[in-house]
Design a protein around this ligand. Structure first.
Ligand code: C5P
Length: 217
């Protein structure tokens, strides 16, 4: 297996941006595992699949034609990078995240990436379940309000009509579910370093992490 840096943490902590930039600086591959859960969610919503039918979700995930070129998500040849960030997809993603069979498929997929490349990967379970032997593990977080503000700004910039309160409510519900789910709950691995990014710019966070990665034994 190649070297793996894991970045886990709650919704809106800026994990994707930080992980993508860190991967770029290191010359490693970036793995956005949230995008994988989101692509399965989008496919299920579009295909009218019953989100509570684990067997149907498993079949859907097994036959999925999806790929993740750097910074993109492609489903059946269509660039769905924007569509998977839609509020409806975000809300429905919990059904996919709770489905053990789908998780198994996505975990196998994630590990396969690290067979061929050094990776910076981000998600909820990367340091705990998927890559327990990772080279370096981080749990990136920020205050609840700052995370909600960041996500709200992003959504408004993309033209979505959503209030800060709605983003905060959705974020609380999602974090609570992610942290309490029976399989692969979101938590910091025992050997992960927690990084609180409240008040820090993206560049500050990337600089901090790169120093830590490069100084790792
Ligand atoms: O990180 P992002 O907001 O894109 O993730 C969407 C959802 O996918 C999360 O709320 C979580 O339920 C699920 N997820 C997960 N495990 C991961 C990454 C994401 O369960 N490794």
């Amino acid at each position: 297996m190649h070297r793996v840096v894991t970045i886990d943490g709650p919704a809106g902590a800026g994990k994707s941006t930080v992980a993508r930039l860190l991967a770029g600086r290191l010359g490693w591959r970036f793995l956005d595992t949230g995008a994988m859960y989101r692509v399965v969610t989008l496919a299920a919503l579009r295909g009218g699949v019953d989100l509570e039918d684990a067997g149907a979700l498993d079949r859907l995930a097994g036959g999925l034609d999806a790929s993740f070129p750097p910074g993109l998500a492609v489903l059946n040849g269509e660039d769905v990078s924007a569509a998977i960030r839609d509020v409806a997809v975000t809300r429905a993603s919990r059904f996919i995240a709770d489905c053990a069979a789908v998780r198994d498929r996505l975990v196998a997929w994630q590990r396969a990436f690290a067979e061929s490349d050094d990776v910076v990967t981000e998600g909820r379970d990367q340091g705990t379940i998927v890559f327990p032997d990772a080279f370096r593990k981080f749990f990136v977080t920020a205050s609840e309000v700052e995370r909600a503000r960041r996500r709200h700004r992003e959504l408004v910039a993309k033209g979505q009509d959503v209030t800060l309160d709605a983003v905060l409510d959705d974020q609380r519900a999602r974090d609570a579910r992610d942290a309490s789910r029976a399989i692969a709950p979101m938590r910091a691995a025992d050997d992960a370093e927690t990084v609180d990014t409240t008040g820090l710019s993206i560049d500050d966070v990337v600089d901090l992490l790169i120093r830590k990665v490069l100084s790792a034994p």
